[in-house]
Design a binder for this molecule. Structure first.
Ligand code: 6MZ
Length: 389
């Protein structure tokens, strides 16, 4: 059973003509914003959950699992059922409650390896339902290193990297995520691991700041800034989730407690790319334009988390209008039930299902994504009419 696409991406896909669909399937697309634990294809997650719930105490695997769980079997069952039924979110904050159940079943090297392999296959294997093409020509997968009873943070990163390198050394790379809830020591450890692995020639290409945007990093931003500076100094790219939710009190002047102050602090780290960037004010937009920071756009994610009411109101329009670099991304295919092809369908479908862009416009956007990869590698860009080296 394969990953099922539903919601806005599925509606957009269903509305395309055969030739539009063939055009999108063939187009070389880069996936630059996909969270590993949010991108596990649902059938694989269900298998991992079943193994977790039925494991007996006489196998090495179950002993490994038994040393790691953090949620009870009942909580895992409820979490997986929720994901299986299709998640309906009242607001973005509900979203982050989905992860404890997932984390419980990807807390050992064995299960993390299986999850990583499944994500790589989803994005990079040619699929019949995708016209025999892969979803993505190139994938920068991101994940937050977790210390569990079964592995250290370094082992976590190495486990994911082993799969990335074994499976698709030229077509995939890893971004190490820092969660907003991390204390500075943990964030420093993650960056140190990323830097050491990059120096050792491994395919770590960047660091990210992610996590529940309710957690305001303004308080410890000075320390986080230093970590991002260290990452940059080592040649890693930096991408930051920024302004994903509206400032709590829009009328308030910027203060350290106000997320818009946090936005300016994050921008002062000189990130190369930004995740979401939904609620940037004029001062922030000015910086983003001047420094040509690519915006990672996640249309279904924003619609389903209700941070953006409609496609028509989406900030992608502003960036397209200003010819600013963007990359079209899925964010988390597991809860959002989308696909990279479906996100591109949202660009092309006629309004109100999509933005109604032309093939030439969509092709240009796909190239922007390819050009915004942290590690530029030669690649073949297949377009409707030509092949460019
Ligand atoms: C912010 C998000 C996110 O890292 O364990 N994550 N952070 N905004 C989002 N938009 C909806 N979607 C996912 O993958 C899961 C983690 O990615 C972050 C959250 O911190 C989540 O726990 P990894 O592989």
């Amino acid at each position: 059973m394969s990953h099922v696409v539903a919601g806005p991406a599925a509606e957009a896909l269903a509305s395309l003509s055969a030739s539009q669909l063939a055009f999108l399937q063939k187009l070389s697309k880069a996936e630059l914003h996909a969270h590993l634990n949010g991108s596990i294809p649902s059938p694989v997650l269900q298998q991992l959950a079943a193994d977790f719930l039925t494991s007996t105490s006489d196998s090495a695997h179950s002993r490994e699992i038994a040393s790691a769980p953090s949620s009870s079997p009942d909580a895992v069952r409820a979490g997986i059922r929720r994901l299986q039924d299709g998640v309906v979110l009242d607001e973005i904050h509900d979203f982050f409650g989905l992860f404890p159940a997932i984390y419980t079943i990807t807390s050992t090297p064995t299960t993390l390896r299986r999850a990583t392999r499944a994500v790589l296959e989803h994005f990079l294997e040619p699929h019949a339902e995708n016209g025999g093409h892969p979803q993505a020509a190139y994938l920068e997968l991101r994940s937050t290193p977790r210390e569990t009873p079964a592995m250290s943070r370094m082992q976590y990163i190495e486990t994911v990297l082993d799969e990335v390198e074994r499976y698709a050394p030229e077509r995939a790379a890893l971004i190490v995520s820092l969660d907003r809830r991390m204390d500075s020591r943990t964030a420093a450890e993650c960056v140190e691991c990323a830097v050491a692995l990059k120096k050792a020639g491994r395919r770590v290409v960047g660091v990210d700041l992610c996590g529940d945007p309710r957690v305001n990093t303004a308080g410890n931003m000075d320390e986080f800034k230093e970590h991002f500076r260290n990452a940059k100094a080592a040649g890693l790219g930096v991408t930051l989730h920024i302004a994903e939710v509206s400032p709590r009190i829009p009328s308030m002047p910027a203060t350290p407690e106000c997320p818009s102050a946090e936005t300016l602090q994050l921008l002062s780290c000189k990130p190369d790319r930004l995740g979401h960037a939904t609620f940037l004010d004029d001062a922030a937009k000015e910086i983003v334009h001047t420094d040509e920071m690519c915006i990672e756009i996640c249309l279904s994610s924003n619609l389903l988390c209700k941070t953006v009411p409609t496609l028509d109101a989406h900030h992608i329009r502003y960036y397209i209008g200003h010819n600013h670099p963007i990359a079209i991304c899925t964010d988390d295919i597991l809860p959002f039930r989308n696909s990279l092809l479906g996100e591109y369908a949202l660009l092309m479908a006629r309004p109100p299902l999509g933005l109604g862009l032309t093939e030439a416009e969509v092709e240009k956007i796909a190239k922007m994504g390819m050009d915004s990869r942290f590690q530029q590698r030669p690649y073949i860009l297949i377009t409707a009419s030509q092949t460019i080296k």
